[in-house]
Design a protein. Sequence first.
Length: 219
Amino acid sequence: MTMNAVKLEFLGVHMMEPEDFLCALLAHPASQKIVPVWMSLADGARLSSRADGFSPTRPDTHDLLVDLLEDQGGVISIVINNVHEGAFFVEVTTGAEKVLDARLSDALILSMHFDVPVTMDEEILNKAGIFVTEDDLDQYFDIDYSETSFIPGHTSRPVHSDPDSTSASGDAQADADFSQLMQSMGISEDELRLDEESLGDDDAQDDDEESGEGSSEND
């Protein structure tokens, strides 16, 4: 089977509430999907430090790995070839055409050092990727989409004029992806419903206040 590989953009490591877990984000801008990668505090901290340009005073494990790979002609490709129960399986191919099995946290550090993009089969992206908008990136991850390759213009969740739709936005798949993202962050469906009800109550209250102001002005 021929693999249809797509390039992913690394959007950094983020601390996610309510459990303060670390999550690395990979993005496929063309489809406006992200791939959340949950990491231990140690792995996430190392990756974040490297992304910020930090170098240890003494060589660490990744420095030794980089030195060995440079002797192998560097890295020519980094491919996520499978995802199973939240675990990402990555193949790193060296300049000597040797294929190595790697963890994604280590592969991302190699990607930054050798300036080689991380790619993923489109079928795996469809399985592991979650649709987000620029507003979602800003609200939940504090990411300014203008600093990424995300396509501008879609700043809110898509709305389709389907009168028979029971989804919040009119796009059932987008809502399902968003719900999956929120639940992976530890936010339950009940909490999502409460947030939606709260927003509805606030809107109703605003309408009542506006109506009351209008009545006072007419008196």
